[in-house]
Design a protein around this ligand. Sequence first.
Ligand SMILES: Nc1ncnc2c1ncn2[C@@H]1O[C@H](COP(=O)(O)OP(=O)(O)O)[C@@H](O)[C@H]1O
Ligand SMILES: [Mg+2]
Length: 438
Amino acid sequence: MRPARDSGVEESRERRGDDVGVIRVLIADESRIVNDNILRRLALEEDIVVCGSAADGESAVQEALWLRPDIAVVDAGLPGMDGGQTTEMLAQCLPGTGVIMMSMEAENDAYRLAMLAGAREFLQKPFRGDDLVAAVRRVHEFGQRRAVTAPPVAAPAEPEPAARPIDARGAVTAVIAGKGGIGKTVVAVNLAVALRTGQPRQVAVVDLSLQFGDVAATLALPTDHTISDLLVDSDAGDSDLVRQTLVAGPGGISVLLAPTTPDIAEYATATQLTRLIEVLRADFDHIVIDTPSYLTEPTMTAISLADHVLVVTDLSVPGIKNTRLVRGVLETLQVSPERVMVVANHRESAGELDGGGAETFLGVAIAADIPFDARVVATSVNKGVPFMISGPNTPQSAAISAIARAIDPAAHAVKSSAHPVRVHEKKKRPRRMPSFSR
Ligand SMILES: Nc1ncnc2c1ncn2[C@@H]1O[C@H](COP(=O)(O)OP(=O)(O)O)[C@@H](O)[C@H]1O
Ligand SMILES: [Mg+2]
Protein backbone atom coordinates (compact mmCIF):
# COMPACT_ATOMS: atom_id res chain seq x y z
CA MET A 1 0.00 0.00 0.00
CA ARG A 2 1.33 3.40 -0.90
CA PRO A 3 1.62 6.03 1.81
CA ALA A 4 -1.23 8.50 1.96
CA ARG A 5 -0.46 11.79 0.31
CA ASP A 6 -1.10 15.11 1.97
CA SER A 7 -3.72 17.40 0.59
CA GLY A 8 -2.26 20.32 -1.32
CA VAL A 9 0.22 18.02 -3.00
CA GLU A 10 -0.07 17.61 -6.72
CA GLU A 11 -1.69 14.24 -7.45
CA SER A 12 -0.08 13.46 -10.79
CA ARG A 13 2.16 10.36 -10.88
CA GLU A 14 3.55 10.84 -14.31
CA ARG A 15 5.26 13.66 -16.03
CA ARG A 16 2.46 15.18 -18.04
CA GLY A 17 2.66 17.44 -21.03
CA ASP A 18 1.85 20.51 -18.94
CA ASP A 19 4.68 19.60 -16.54
CA VAL A 20 7.30 20.48 -19.12
CA GLY A 21 9.51 23.24 -17.74
CA VAL A 22 8.14 22.70 -14.24
CA ILE A 23 10.46 21.66 -11.42
CA ARG A 24 8.84 18.81 -9.44
CA VAL A 25 9.81 18.63 -5.78
CA LEU A 26 9.35 15.95 -3.12
CA ILE A 27 9.60 17.04 0.53
CA ALA A 28 10.68 14.63 3.28
CA ASP A 29 10.55 15.85 6.87
CA GLU A 30 9.17 14.19 9.98
CA SER A 31 7.40 17.41 10.97
CA ARG A 32 4.16 18.09 9.18
CA ILE A 33 4.58 21.79 9.98
CA VAL A 34 7.93 21.91 8.19
CA ASN A 35 6.49 20.00 5.21
CA ASP A 36 3.56 22.40 5.02
CA ASN A 37 5.74 25.51 5.35
CA ILE A 38 8.01 24.38 2.54
CA LEU A 39 5.01 23.44 0.42
CA ARG A 40 3.44 26.88 0.93
CA ARG A 41 6.68 28.71 0.10
CA LEU A 42 7.39 26.68 -3.05
CA ALA A 43 3.77 27.06 -4.20
CA LEU A 44 4.47 30.78 -4.65
CA GLU A 45 6.83 29.96 -7.53
CA GLU A 46 5.14 29.46 -10.89
CA ASP A 47 7.61 26.92 -12.21
CA ILE A 48 7.88 24.78 -9.04
CA VAL A 49 5.38 22.09 -8.07
CA VAL A 50 5.44 20.00 -4.90
CA CYS A 51 4.53 16.55 -6.19
CA GLY A 52 4.76 14.60 -2.92
CA SER A 53 5.75 14.52 0.71
CA ALA A 54 6.89 11.92 3.21
CA ALA A 55 7.51 11.77 6.95
CA ASP A 56 10.17 9.01 7.06
CA GLY A 57 13.02 7.69 4.95
CA GLU A 58 11.39 4.53 3.64
CA SER A 59 8.28 6.39 2.48
CA ALA A 60 10.47 9.08 0.90
CA VAL A 61 12.26 6.47 -1.24
CA GLN A 62 9.01 4.76 -2.16
CA GLU A 63 7.39 8.07 -3.09
CA ALA A 64 10.43 9.12 -5.10
CA LEU A 65 10.50 5.84 -7.04
CA TRP A 66 6.88 6.38 -7.85
CA LEU A 67 6.92 10.09 -8.62
CA ARG A 68 10.45 10.52 -10.03
CA PRO A 69 10.76 14.13 -8.81
CA ASP A 70 13.45 16.47 -10.13
CA ILE A 71 14.37 17.48 -6.58
CA ALA A 72 14.01 15.83 -3.18
CA VAL A 73 14.33 18.07 -0.12
CA VAL A 74 15.36 15.64 2.63
CA ASP A 75 15.78 16.27 6.35
CA ALA A 76 18.92 14.70 7.86
CA GLY A 77 17.02 13.57 10.95
CA LEU A 78 14.27 11.51 9.31
CA PRO A 79 12.96 8.69 11.51
CA GLY A 80 13.63 5.07 10.46
CA MET A 81 16.09 5.24 7.62
CA ASP A 82 17.78 8.59 8.28
CA GLY A 83 18.33 11.40 5.79
CA GLY A 84 21.85 10.21 4.94
CA GLN A 85 20.72 6.68 4.09
CA THR A 86 17.70 8.05 2.24
CA THR A 87 19.93 10.34 0.19
CA GLU A 88 22.27 7.44 -0.59
CA MET A 89 19.36 5.30 -1.78
CA LEU A 90 18.00 8.13 -3.92
CA ALA A 91 21.42 8.83 -5.43
CA GLN A 92 21.75 5.13 -6.34
CA CYS A 93 18.23 4.46 -7.60
CA LEU A 94 17.28 7.81 -9.08
CA PRO A 95 20.35 9.66 -10.33
CA GLY A 96 17.99 12.11 -12.07
CA THR A 97 16.65 13.33 -8.72
CA GLY A 98 18.85 15.98 -7.10
CA VAL A 99 18.83 15.89 -3.30
CA ILE A 100 18.92 18.99 -1.10
CA MET A 101 19.59 18.03 2.48
CA MET A 102 18.42 20.16 5.41
CA SER A 103 19.69 19.81 8.95
CA MET A 104 19.60 21.46 12.36
CA GLU A 105 23.15 20.27 13.00
CA ALA A 106 26.29 22.44 12.98
CA GLU A 107 27.25 23.06 9.40
CA ASN A 108 30.61 21.31 9.02
CA ASP A 109 29.80 17.76 10.02
CA ALA A 110 26.28 17.71 8.65
CA TYR A 111 27.46 19.27 5.39
CA ARG A 112 30.23 16.69 4.99
CA LEU A 113 27.83 13.80 5.65
CA ALA A 114 25.26 15.20 3.24
CA MET A 115 27.80 15.51 0.45
CA LEU A 116 29.22 12.04 1.14
CA ALA A 117 25.72 10.59 0.87
CA GLY A 118 25.27 12.24 -2.54
CA ALA A 119 23.32 15.44 -1.77
CA ARG A 120 23.90 18.36 -4.15
CA GLU A 121 23.06 21.19 -1.73
CA PHE A 122 22.88 21.66 2.02
CA LEU A 123 20.59 24.01 3.96
CA GLN A 124 21.02 24.59 7.66
CA LYS A 125 17.73 24.98 9.51
CA PRO A 126 16.18 27.45 9.96
CA PHE A 127 16.65 28.83 6.45
CA ARG A 128 14.93 31.55 4.44
CA GLY A 129 12.37 30.55 1.83
CA ASP A 130 14.32 32.47 -0.82
CA ASP A 131 17.42 30.40 -0.06
CA LEU A 132 15.43 27.19 -0.54
CA VAL A 133 14.00 28.40 -3.86
CA ALA A 134 17.47 29.39 -5.05
CA ALA A 135 18.86 25.98 -4.05
CA VAL A 136 16.04 24.18 -5.88
CA ARG A 137 16.78 26.16 -9.03
CA ARG A 138 20.58 25.59 -8.81
CA VAL A 139 20.20 21.83 -8.32
CA HIS A 140 17.69 21.63 -11.13
CA GLU A 141 19.96 23.55 -13.51
CA PHE A 142 22.83 21.26 -12.59
CA GLY A 143 20.63 18.23 -13.34
CA GLN A 144 19.62 19.67 -16.72
CA ARG A 145 23.25 20.24 -17.71
CA ARG A 146 24.14 16.68 -16.66
CA ALA A 147 21.23 15.24 -18.62
CA VAL A 148 22.56 16.88 -21.78
CA THR A 149 26.09 15.51 -21.37
CA ALA A 150 25.37 12.07 -19.87
CA PRO A 151 24.82 9.01 -22.11
CA PRO A 152 21.11 8.43 -22.77
CA VAL A 153 19.40 6.28 -20.20
CA ALA A 154 16.02 4.83 -21.11
CA ALA A 155 13.27 4.43 -18.54
CA PRO A 156 13.01 0.89 -17.12
CA ALA A 157 10.57 -1.32 -18.95
CA GLU A 158 7.07 -1.63 -17.51
CA PRO A 159 6.72 -4.44 -14.96
CA GLU A 160 5.30 -7.68 -16.32
CA PRO A 161 1.79 -8.15 -14.97
CA ALA A 162 2.09 -11.87 -14.31
CA ALA A 163 4.47 -14.81 -14.52
CA ARG A 164 4.70 -16.46 -17.92
CA PRO A 165 4.34 -20.22 -18.45
CA ILE A 166 7.82 -21.71 -18.62
CA ASP A 167 7.25 -23.74 -21.79
CA ALA A 168 6.23 -20.68 -23.87
CA ARG A 169 9.47 -18.71 -23.45
CA GLY A 170 12.35 -18.71 -21.03
CA ALA A 171 11.56 -17.78 -17.44
CA VAL A 172 13.63 -15.01 -15.87
CA THR A 173 14.73 -15.18 -12.23
CA ALA A 174 16.37 -12.05 -10.79
CA VAL A 175 18.51 -12.58 -7.69
CA ILE A 176 18.64 -9.36 -5.67
CA ALA A 177 19.54 -8.19 -2.15
CA GLY A 178 19.61 -5.07 -0.01
CA LYS A 179 23.37 -5.26 0.53
CA GLY A 180 26.56 -6.77 -0.81
CA GLY A 181 28.38 -9.95 0.20
CA ILE A 182 25.12 -11.59 1.12
CA GLY A 183 25.31 -14.57 -1.25
CA LYS A 184 23.54 -13.38 -4.41
CA THR A 185 26.20 -14.72 -6.75
CA VAL A 186 26.48 -17.99 -4.84
CA VAL A 187 22.70 -18.46 -5.02
CA ALA A 188 22.48 -17.41 -8.70
CA VAL A 189 25.12 -19.82 -10.03
CA ASN A 190 24.01 -22.76 -7.91
CA LEU A 191 20.37 -22.17 -8.78
CA ALA A 192 21.27 -22.19 -12.48
CA VAL A 193 23.01 -25.55 -12.07
CA ALA A 194 20.04 -26.91 -10.06
CA LEU A 195 17.54 -25.83 -12.74
CA ARG A 196 19.54 -27.77 -15.30
CA THR A 197 20.44 -30.84 -13.26
CA GLY A 198 18.91 -34.06 -14.55
CA GLN A 199 16.53 -32.49 -17.03
CA PRO A 200 16.84 -31.23 -20.59
CA ARG A 201 16.66 -27.55 -19.70
CA GLN A 202 18.79 -24.82 -21.27
CA VAL A 203 19.91 -22.44 -18.54
CA ALA A 204 21.83 -19.15 -18.76
CA VAL A 205 23.28 -16.99 -16.01
CA VAL A 206 23.65 -13.28 -16.74
CA ASP A 207 25.98 -11.22 -14.54
CA LEU A 208 24.31 -7.81 -14.40
CA SER A 209 26.63 -6.71 -11.63
CA LEU A 210 28.17 -4.65 -14.40
CA GLN A 211 30.80 -2.78 -12.40
CA PHE A 212 32.11 -5.45 -10.05
CA GLY A 213 30.64 -8.69 -11.34
CA ASP A 214 32.04 -11.79 -9.75
CA VAL A 215 30.37 -14.68 -11.58
CA ALA A 216 33.58 -15.20 -13.60
CA ALA A 217 35.64 -15.41 -10.41
CA THR A 218 33.06 -17.59 -8.64
CA LEU A 219 33.06 -20.08 -11.54
CA ALA A 220 36.75 -19.67 -12.49
CA LEU A 221 35.83 -18.73 -16.07
CA PRO A 222 38.06 -16.90 -18.57
CA THR A 223 36.87 -13.39 -19.47
CA ASP A 224 37.68 -13.29 -23.21
CA HIS A 225 33.99 -12.72 -23.95
CA THR A 226 31.82 -10.51 -21.77
CA ILE A 227 28.67 -8.44 -22.03
CA SER A 228 30.92 -5.53 -23.18
CA ASP A 229 30.96 -7.23 -26.61
CA LEU A 230 27.21 -6.60 -26.76
CA LEU A 231 26.99 -3.14 -25.24
CA VAL A 232 29.77 -1.10 -26.83
CA ASP A 233 29.00 -0.15 -30.45
CA SER A 234 26.80 -3.24 -30.78
CA ASP A 235 23.23 -4.37 -30.64
CA ALA A 236 22.39 -6.39 -27.55
CA GLY A 237 19.37 -7.72 -29.46
CA ASP A 238 21.54 -9.45 -32.11
CA SER A 239 20.94 -13.12 -31.31
CA ASP A 240 24.01 -14.44 -33.20
CA LEU A 241 26.25 -12.02 -31.35
CA VAL A 242 24.65 -12.96 -28.02
CA ARG A 243 25.29 -16.68 -28.69
CA GLN A 244 28.94 -15.96 -29.51
CA THR A 245 29.34 -13.99 -26.30
CA LEU A 246 28.04 -16.73 -23.99
CA VAL A 247 30.65 -18.79 -22.19
CA ALA A 248 30.24 -22.49 -21.29
CA GLY A 249 29.98 -22.89 -17.51
CA PRO A 250 29.96 -25.89 -15.16
CA GLY A 251 27.09 -28.36 -15.22
CA GLY A 252 26.17 -27.41 -18.80
CA ILE A 253 25.00 -23.87 -18.01
CA SER A 254 25.79 -20.90 -20.28
CA VAL A 255 27.12 -17.71 -18.78
CA LEU A 256 27.10 -14.08 -19.89
CA LEU A 257 29.89 -12.46 -17.92
CA ALA A 258 30.13 -8.91 -16.59
CA PRO A 259 32.63 -6.47 -18.16
CA THR A 260 36.18 -6.61 -16.85
CA THR A 261 36.28 -2.83 -16.28
CA PRO A 262 33.68 -0.78 -14.39
CA ASP A 263 33.33 1.99 -17.01
CA ILE A 264 31.36 -0.19 -19.45
CA ALA A 265 28.33 -0.12 -17.14
CA GLU A 266 27.27 3.29 -18.45
CA TYR A 267 26.52 1.79 -21.88
CA ALA A 268 23.90 -0.52 -20.37
CA THR A 269 20.62 1.23 -21.03
CA ALA A 270 17.37 -0.38 -19.97
CA THR A 271 16.46 -0.73 -23.66
CA GLN A 272 19.67 -2.65 -24.46
CA LEU A 273 19.30 -4.93 -21.44
CA THR A 274 15.64 -5.60 -22.23
CA ARG A 275 16.53 -6.56 -25.81
CA LEU A 276 19.27 -8.84 -24.53
CA ILE A 277 16.99 -10.67 -22.11
CA GLU A 278 14.32 -11.03 -24.81
CA VAL A 279 16.89 -12.70 -27.09
CA LEU A 280 17.92 -15.07 -24.29
CA ARG A 281 14.28 -15.93 -23.58
CA ALA A 282 14.01 -17.36 -27.10
CA ASP A 283 17.02 -19.68 -26.63
CA PHE A 284 16.87 -20.65 -22.96
CA ASP A 285 14.30 -22.22 -20.64
CA HIS A 286 15.68 -20.31 -17.67
CA ILE A 287 17.66 -17.10 -17.37
CA VAL A 288 19.05 -16.40 -13.90
CA ILE A 289 20.21 -12.81 -13.41
CA ASP A 290 22.81 -11.93 -10.79
CA THR A 291 22.61 -8.26 -9.78
CA PRO A 292 24.75 -5.63 -8.04
CA SER A 293 24.38 -4.74 -4.37
CA TYR A 294 22.51 -1.50 -5.00
CA LEU A 295 19.17 -1.00 -6.69
CA THR A 296 20.75 0.48 -9.79
CA GLU A 297 19.08 0.75 -13.18
CA PRO A 298 20.18 -2.75 -14.39
CA THR A 299 18.66 -4.24 -11.23
CA MET A 300 15.43 -2.32 -11.79
CA THR A 301 15.34 -3.57 -15.38
CA ALA A 302 15.97 -7.16 -14.24
CA ILE A 303 13.17 -6.87 -11.68
CA SER A 304 10.78 -5.46 -14.25
CA LEU A 305 11.47 -8.39 -16.62
CA ALA A 306 11.57 -11.14 -14.00
CA ASP A 307 9.03 -13.91 -13.60
CA HIS A 308 10.59 -14.65 -10.21
CA VAL A 309 12.48 -12.35 -7.86
CA LEU A 310 14.68 -13.98 -5.21
CA VAL A 311 15.53 -11.59 -2.39
CA VAL A 312 18.57 -12.94 -0.56
CA THR A 313 18.99 -11.80 3.03
CA ASP A 314 20.87 -12.67 6.16
CA LEU A 315 19.06 -12.50 9.48
CA SER A 316 21.13 -9.70 11.01
CA VAL A 317 19.24 -6.57 12.07
CA PRO A 318 20.74 -4.37 9.30
CA GLY A 319 20.21 -7.19 6.79
CA ILE A 320 16.53 -7.56 7.64
CA LYS A 321 16.09 -3.78 7.71
CA ASN A 322 17.48 -3.50 4.17
CA THR A 323 15.41 -6.45 2.99
CA ARG A 324 12.28 -4.74 4.26
CA LEU A 325 13.29 -1.71 2.25
CA VAL A 326 13.79 -3.85 -0.85
CA ARG A 327 10.32 -5.31 -0.34
CA GLY A 328 8.95 -1.77 -0.23
CA VAL A 329 10.64 -1.03 -3.55
CA LEU A 330 9.20 -4.21 -5.09
CA GLU A 331 5.79 -3.18 -3.85
CA THR A 332 6.22 0.27 -5.37
CA LEU A 333 7.24 -1.35 -8.67
CA GLN A 334 4.03 -3.39 -8.44
CA VAL A 335 5.81 -6.74 -8.45
CA SER A 336 3.12 -9.14 -7.29
CA PRO A 337 3.98 -11.04 -4.05
CA GLU A 338 3.59 -14.39 -5.86
CA ARG A 339 6.66 -13.55 -7.91
CA VAL A 340 8.82 -12.79 -4.85
CA MET A 341 10.69 -15.32 -2.70
CA VAL A 342 12.76 -14.25 0.31
CA VAL A 343 15.71 -16.59 0.83
CA ALA A 344 17.68 -16.56 4.09
CA ASN A 345 21.35 -17.20 3.53
CA HIS A 346 22.90 -17.67 6.94
CA ARG A 347 26.18 -15.83 6.94
CA GLU A 348 26.94 -16.36 10.62
CA SER A 349 25.47 -18.48 13.31
CA ALA A 350 25.73 -15.80 16.02
CA GLY A 351 23.90 -12.48 16.25
CA GLU A 352 20.96 -13.43 14.04
CA LEU A 353 17.28 -12.75 14.63
CA ASP A 354 15.32 -15.95 14.88
CA GLY A 355 13.40 -16.86 11.72
CA GLY A 356 10.00 -16.04 13.24
CA GLY A 357 11.13 -12.59 14.42
CA ALA A 358 12.61 -11.83 11.01
CA GLU A 359 9.41 -12.92 9.27
CA THR A 360 7.30 -10.74 11.56
CA PHE A 361 9.48 -7.69 10.89
CA LEU A 362 9.51 -8.40 7.14
CA GLY A 363 5.83 -9.20 6.96
CA VAL A 364 6.58 -12.12 4.67
CA ALA A 365 7.44 -15.79 5.06
CA ILE A 366 11.04 -16.79 4.45
CA ALA A 367 10.78 -19.26 1.56
CA ALA A 368 14.05 -21.13 2.08
CA ASP A 369 17.06 -21.31 4.41
CA ILE A 370 20.59 -21.89 3.19
CA PRO A 371 22.70 -22.83 6.21
CA PHE A 372 26.11 -21.27 6.84
CA ASP A 373 29.05 -23.58 6.15
CA ALA A 374 32.38 -22.18 5.03
CA ARG A 375 33.68 -25.66 4.16
CA VAL A 376 30.91 -26.14 1.62
CA VAL A 377 30.35 -22.62 0.28
CA ALA A 378 33.69 -20.80 0.55
CA THR A 379 35.55 -23.90 -0.66
CA SER A 380 33.27 -24.18 -3.66
CA VAL A 381 33.76 -20.47 -4.48
CA ASN A 382 37.53 -20.72 -4.10
CA LYS A 383 37.68 -23.76 -6.40
CA GLY A 384 35.26 -22.29 -8.91
CA VAL A 385 32.92 -25.30 -8.69
CA PRO A 386 29.28 -24.74 -7.60
CA PHE A 387 28.43 -26.77 -4.51
CA MET A 388 25.49 -28.23 -6.44
CA ILE A 389 28.27 -30.17 -8.23
CA SER A 390 31.00 -30.48 -5.57
CA GLY A 391 28.59 -31.24 -2.70
CA PRO A 392 25.24 -32.42 -4.05
CA ASN A 393 24.28 -34.02 -0.74
CA THR A 394 24.93 -31.00 1.46
CA PRO A 395 22.10 -29.04 3.13
CA GLN A 396 23.09 -26.04 0.99
CA SER A 397 22.43 -28.05 -2.20
CA ALA A 398 19.17 -29.37 -0.80
CA ALA A 399 18.02 -25.78 -0.12
CA ILE A 400 18.97 -24.60 -3.61
CA SER A 401 17.24 -27.65 -5.18
CA ALA A 402 14.10 -26.82 -3.28
CA ILE A 403 14.18 -23.23 -4.57
CA ALA A 404 14.70 -24.59 -8.11
CA ARG A 405 11.66 -26.84 -7.74
CA ALA A 406 9.56 -23.91 -6.51
CA ILE A 407 10.52 -22.08 -9.73
CA ASP A 408 10.29 -25.08 -12.04
CA PRO A 409 8.52 -28.09 -10.54
CA ALA A 410 10.28 -30.38 -13.03
CA ALA A 411 13.74 -29.40 -11.72
CA HIS A 412 15.77 -32.34 -10.52
CA ALA A 413 15.55 -32.93 -6.80
CA VAL A 414 18.85 -33.36 -5.01
CA LYS A 415 17.18 -35.08 -2.12
CA SER A 416 19.00 -35.25 1.14
CA SER A 417 16.99 -37.15 3.71
CA ALA A 418 19.49 -36.15 6.40
CA HIS A 419 18.69 -32.46 5.93
CA PRO A 420 15.04 -31.57 5.84
CA VAL A 421 14.59 -28.39 3.82
CA ARG A 422 12.08 -25.72 4.51
CA VAL A 423 10.43 -24.30 1.44
CA HIS A 424 7.04 -22.87 2.02
CA GLU A 425 4.13 -23.82 -0.18
CA LYS A 426 2.85 -20.93 -2.26
CA LYS A 427 -0.37 -20.71 -0.27
CA LYS A 428 1.51 -20.29 2.99
CA ARG A 429 3.10 -17.07 1.90
CA PRO A 430 2.97 -13.51 3.05
CA ARG A 431 1.27 -12.44 6.17
CA ARG A 432 0.84 -8.82 5.19
CA MET A 433 1.87 -6.25 7.72
CA PRO A 434 -0.69 -3.48 7.65
CA SER A 435 1.85 -0.87 8.71
CA PHE A 436 4.44 -1.83 6.10
CA SER A 437 4.61 1.42 4.22
CA ARG A 438 3.61 3.64 7.03
N1 LIG B 1 25.82 -20.01 3.27
C1 LIG B 1 27.09 -19.61 3.27
N2 LIG B 1 27.99 -20.22 4.07
C2 LIG B 1 29.28 -19.83 4.08
N3 LIG B 1 29.79 -18.84 3.31
C3 LIG B 1 28.96 -18.20 2.49
C4 LIG B 1 27.56 -18.54 2.43
N4 LIG B 1 26.99 -17.73 1.49
C5 LIG B 1 27.96 -16.93 1.02
N5 LIG B 1 29.14 -17.20 1.61
C6 LIG B 1 30.44 -16.52 1.36
O1 LIG B 1 30.18 -15.16 1.14
C7 LIG B 1 30.88 -14.72 0.01
C8 LIG B 1 30.06 -13.64 -0.69
O2 LIG B 1 28.98 -14.24 -1.38
P1 LIG B 1 28.52 -13.66 -2.79
O3 LIG B 1 27.56 -14.62 -3.37
O4 LIG B 1 29.70 -13.31 -3.64
O5 LIG B 1 27.78 -12.35 -2.30
P2 LIG B 1 27.09 -11.17 -3.17
O6 LIG B 1 27.01 -11.66 -4.58
O7 LIG B 1 25.76 -10.95 -2.55
O8 LIG B 1 27.98 -9.98 -3.01
C9 LIG B 1 31.12 -15.95 -0.86
O9 LIG B 1 32.33 -15.85 -1.55
C10 LIG B 1 31.15 -17.08 0.14
O10 LIG B 1 32.47 -17.39 0.48
MG1 LIG C 1 27.89 -10.82 -6.31
